[in-house]
Write a protein that binds this ligand. Structure first.
Ligand code: 5GP
Length: 132
């Protein structure tokens, strides 16, 4: 069965998309730790990030770099952290998390409660900063 993230890539489940190319897809996390928390995934459905072949893994980080730079311009943060973390969705994903302080990156923190309109606004802001 297709993962929830494959369904997002295929448009069967809605998301707030940030960027896409032939191999990769980036979209806002529905339960963000901080404003702009984004997931970057390979379209190819592989459970664990470090099972990706070298080329796909390297390319994912190059793709994520563009997204992280846009995030840094679009939302208030000191840096954008990245991590491979989580057991919930069996489809490799990199979390990009804009942070002010290191504790912002803790997955035990309460999630932000953002409305769909707020998420849409953040996604639009980030997209506006891509390729700038
Ligand atoms: P993990 O596998 O990293 O524990 O959890 C997957 C991440 O995906 C979580 O941060 C969760 O909030 C996010 N997530 C789970 N389902 C959806 C969804 O349907 N849409 C979006 N945008 N994010 C999701």
């Amino acid at each position: 069965m297709a993962s929830i993230f494959t369904k997002i890539v295929q448009g069967e489940i809605p998301c707030h998309k940030i960027a896409e190319n032939d191999n990769y897809f980036a979209f806002l996390d529905i339960n963000p730790l901080t404003e702009g928390h984004t997931l970057v995934i390979p379209k190819k459905e592989v459970d664990y990030m470090f099972d990706l072949d070298d080329e796909l893994l390297a390319g994912l980080h190059v793709f994520a770099k563009k997204v992280a730079r846009a995030l840094q311009k679009a939302v208030p943060c000191v840096r954008v952290g990245s991590c491979v973390m989580g057991l919930e969705v069996p489809h490799a994903h990199l979390h990009l998390i804009p942070f002010q302080m290191m504790s912002d990156m803790s997955f035990t923190n309460p999630k932000l409660n953002l409305t769909q309109d707020q998420l849409a606004e953040i996604a639009a802001k980030v997209r506006n900063h891509l390729d700038q």
